[in-house]
Design a protein around this ligand. Sequence first.
Ligand SMILES: Cc1ncc(COP(=O)(O)O)c(C=O)c1O
Length: 283
Amino acid sequence: MKAYKDEDNNAFLFRPDQNIKRFNRSCERLAIPTVDESQFLEALNHLIALEKNWIPEDEGSSLYVRPFVFATEPAIKANPSLEYRFCIICAPVASYFSDAIAVKIEEQFSRAAPGGFGYAKAAGNYGGQFYPTELAKAEGYQQLIWTDALTHKYIEEAGTMNIFVRFEDTLVTSPVSDTILDGITRKSMIQLCHDLNIHIEERPIAVQELLDGFENGKLLELFGAGTAAVVSEIKSFGYRGVNYELDAVENAYGARLKKALTDIQRNRAEDIHQWRYQINADV
Ligand SMILES: Cc1ncc(COP(=O)(O)O)c(C=O)c1O
């Protein structure tokens, strides 16, 4: 998750409760003990209060906060460990991707399978992505769009982001499942769509629908959503060796949602859903 500072030097985390719950859901799936939620939040508060001066102030930058847990039992065995270490580290970061990106729709490799642990924030899910992503990079793309492992007919996620597609005046995002990470940016953007009167649907998105939308002009926007970049505009997608370039649109939904979200994160807009968590600096 990320910590932000407002103009008055107050520090905030964005939806730490949701991050903590997802961390624990991931632990459960990997047979790792969960962390007490209130202790977790207290630890976050302490750390950010201590490191507050490292939160960058410029737009797009923030303090990246990374809780993690790993097995520490000195043993060689394919069993859950008897000991674990829970840590939280942080570092100032700029936005991940600033320019619109080119993505490749992946059909050969899979990120996650039904019944697996694709929904967990687990290192192995990322390790398995590097090789296919490197292959796509060699072809000139920055990221992959993962398709479902069984049929490769439906798009699931964009690299380390959830995917949003705009067909005419409707925004669509793939439903979360056991193969898709339940992104906090994604769920916040769905709520913001309701707030901003943007029609939003959560339903499977077929690759064919993208191709048809491209041909008939209904496909207007494609973007990824995640903590790292908030919204990452996708300017083109590659599928079976063909590159599909999207034209820029005015008043893009992606840009509107990004602004609405970052204004809340940085305490420039009213926080009607209580998403901001203010760090208590007197600890
Ligand atoms: C695989 C994957 N999907 C989606 C996301 C977006 O999730 P969030 O919005 O909670 O950052 C991330 C990033 O954290 C991710 O790694």
